[in-house]
Ligand binder design. Structure first.
Ligand SMILES: Cc1cc2nc3c(=O)[nH]c(=O)nc-3n(C[C@H](O)[C@H](O)[C@H](O)COP(=O)(O)O)c2cc1C
Length: 341
């Protein structure tokens, strides 16, 4: 039911809806109406006000919309403060930089840290940038606890090709059962596929088979990436899609089962929640690979005049030891199962 709104609230509602594409309006309207109605019932009032509309809008929006709703409420960083970080070096160095360690999963490891091997991934194009430094710091936490670092893989350096197979294996097997002479192959790049128990090999000539051997050898992985245009970027999705399709296609014993993982997402805006939903996307993908993601880190503030670097061209986060320590402790927990503080 459409709630009754004050004129102010109606104006705010209009502004909120304008930020969404028209095709989404019916869905957004239904949710906002419901949430405003709940707030009215809770407060026992007959009309919804501006704040209720904005609260409802926050609830149904991506976390990166926070600045917009803060502005509507007249709170948060002013345009002026943000601008100085882009106009003067002094303002740039003063901009907030923050690392957030998500509440970790405290779960025992299956073996002692000294017997664990870790593999680190960095998806940023910038070596020694902020994602890279946080990944290294987490790896240092893990190796200080006794684990061995197998490798740090820079995803942009890999040759990862696009898998073009579009048959489901169980369908092909079904077809062969109906007609064994059916003359189409499972995939142009598949060699030796005979059925779900004998999957053969993938001959798409790229680095995935070699990387997968390392993934298999590692008890835990650290996966760091920067936010690009509001999402995790094609380097991450391209790699993870290939990983998923590769394992589904040729592997009978998948590597993720029982292994642990840590995800690190970094971005430019100074809002530490802004892209937690994207960090969640990456966590969920590793979860589908059967990893137990026990640690996650968000890190923000890597924008402005020097685009998140310092005067030496390195990730500015290295100047914030207290923030770096959070990645270190998370890396430790990855291989010890101890929360750390
Ligand atoms: C092409 C491009 C797009 C970006 N898009 C966003 C964005 O949508 N939101 C944001 O907060 N930061 C954005 N950033 C900033 C990066 O996420 C930020 O600088 C990140 O921490 C870089 O990581 P690195 O230091 O590991 O290279 C973008 C940076 C680049 C180069």
């Amino acid at each position: 039911m459409t709630p009754r709104l004050t004129p102010d609230a109606q104006q705010a509602y209009k502004e909120v809806l304008e930020t969404f594409p028209a095709i989404l309006h019916p869905d957004k309207t239904a949710r906002i109406d419901w949430l405003v109605g709940l707030q009215m019932a809770q407060k026992g009032v007959a009309e919804g006000d501006r704040e209720m509309v904005i609260t409802a809008a926050r609830f149904i929006s991506r976390p990166s919309s926070k600045a917009r709703y803060d502005k509507m409420m007249g709170i948060g960083e002013t345009r002026e403060t943000v601008k100085t970080g882009y106009q003067t070096l002094e303002g740039y160095y003063r901009r907030p930089r923050e690392v957030k360690r998500w509440p970790p999963v405290v779960a025992k490891t299956t073996k002692p840290a000294s017997e664990m091997k870790i593999l680190a991934f960095c998806a940023s194009d910038r070596k020694e940038g902020n994602s890279d430094m946080l990944v290294s710091e987490a790896a240092r936490g893990a190796t200080d606890a006794g684990a061995a670092l197998l490798d740090k893989i820079y995803l942009p350096d890999l040759n990862i090709k696009h898998c073009q197979n579009f048959y489901m294996q169980r369908d092909i097997v079904g077809v062969w059962e109906i007609d064994p002479d059916m003359a189409f192959n499972y995939c142009d790049y598949s060699c030796g596929f005979k059925g779900l128990k004998e999957k053969g090999t993938c001959t798409l000539d790229d680095d995935m088979p070699e990387v997968y051997e390392k993934i298999k050898a590692a008890d835990a992985i650290i996966f760091g990436f920067p936010i690009i245009n509001g999402w995790e970027g094609e380097v991450v999705t391209g790699f993870q899609e290939r990983w998923q399709r590769y394992t589904g296609c040729v592997i009978t014993d998948r590597a993720g089962e029982g292994r642990r993982a840590m995800v690190i997402g970094t971005w430019g805006t100074g809002d530490i929640q802004a892209y937690d939903n994207i960090v969640e996307v990456v966590i969920n993908r590793l979860n589908t690979f059967k990893y137990n993601v026990v640690e996650a880190i968000s890190a923000c503030g890597f924008a402005g005049l020097l685009s998140g670097l310092d005067g030496d061209g390195k990730g500015i986060i290295k100047r914030y030891p207290e923030e770096m320590k959070k990645a270190y402790l998370a890396g430790r927990n990855l291989v010890t199962g101890e929360f750390g503080s």
